[in-house]
Design a protein around this ligand. Sequence first.
Ligand code: PLP
Length: 361
Amino acid sequence: MHSKFNFSAGPAALPQPVLKRAQAELLDWNGQGTSVMEVSHRGKPFMAVAEKAERDLRDIMHIPDNYKVLFLQGGGRGQFFSVPMNLAQRGDLSQHLVSGQWSQIAVAEAEKYMSAEVVAKTQTRDNMLWVPNQEHWDINPEAAYFHYCPNETVDGIEINWVPKSQDVPIVADMSSNILSKAIDVSDYGIIYAGAQKNIGPSGLAVVIIRDDLLGFARKDTPAVFDYQQQVNNDSMYNTPPTFSWYLAGLVFEWLKEQGGVQAIEKINTQKAKLLYSCIDASDFYGNKIDPSNRSKMNVTFQLADSSLDSLFLEKAEEAGLVALKGHRFVGGMRASIYNAMPLEGVEALVSFMQEFERTNA
Ligand SMILES: *Cc1c(COP(=O)(O)O)cnc(C)c1O
């Protein structure tokens, strides 16, 4: 049972059954008489955990055989520099779609290693924020890679199409929408995600890379961040974040039990629809994102009268609905409704919002 519904953007809520299992196994894992944190990463018991986690992720996402999967440290931002460093020998130009805060930060990091070019940015269309699609810009075939962020966690902007290029690998920061819906991995050169939204504990990064993109690292790339080195060592060149890897594995198992991404996508769609309908149904609440770019994971909304913001948050907290404050750059509210947020959590939020409007409008 949920005592509270946690709408945190990240680190975010984890599935309750996963936490319960981790709790039950904490002191005596796998009959070892120790916790999973205290055993060698190279021993058979942990290797089995690591391999199963990768196998389950491959299953869930239908990752083709010519893609490698890495479990690395440094979270999402660690990949902002790892990507340019590891692809530097493919060329010294990266191209970027900037759809919000995170893809903007990725440009700033890439610029340290190559010339980073922004091909398009989120713009205002009919007073709504909208991400121009590929009819409005081109990808330079000379670019070493093209980077974008399909779900902007801070802004609540999601992109439901994939940029296409014959020659240029598409790199996607899926930190906040990986595993939320079915995708075709072969559309991408590299997919990466910091774990703390839809995978597991913070600090871990999952990287899925097409194998022909290996071997282009700058000579000065630190070994722990060198994709090829990590591939050669099954992500164990350095000691991996074993507890996070184990927990990610439990989340993958849980997701499989839910019916995988197809099943969770249906629930995610239902959750988002319910919440956006509530926002759209009144002038008391508003959302500034073009309907085609509304995020199913991070729903941002504003109270028409922002002087009620702190009362809204206070009352929500009393009702057991926590972490609804919007990012400091954006203001207003944000409800992050990742895979682990059950439908009942969104139903509870919607009831609260309707009641708050009734008593404060
Ligand atoms: C959270 C987030 C990041 C940053 O992840 P860290 O693990 O804090 O470095 C990067 N990109 C996106 C889209 C995110 O949501």
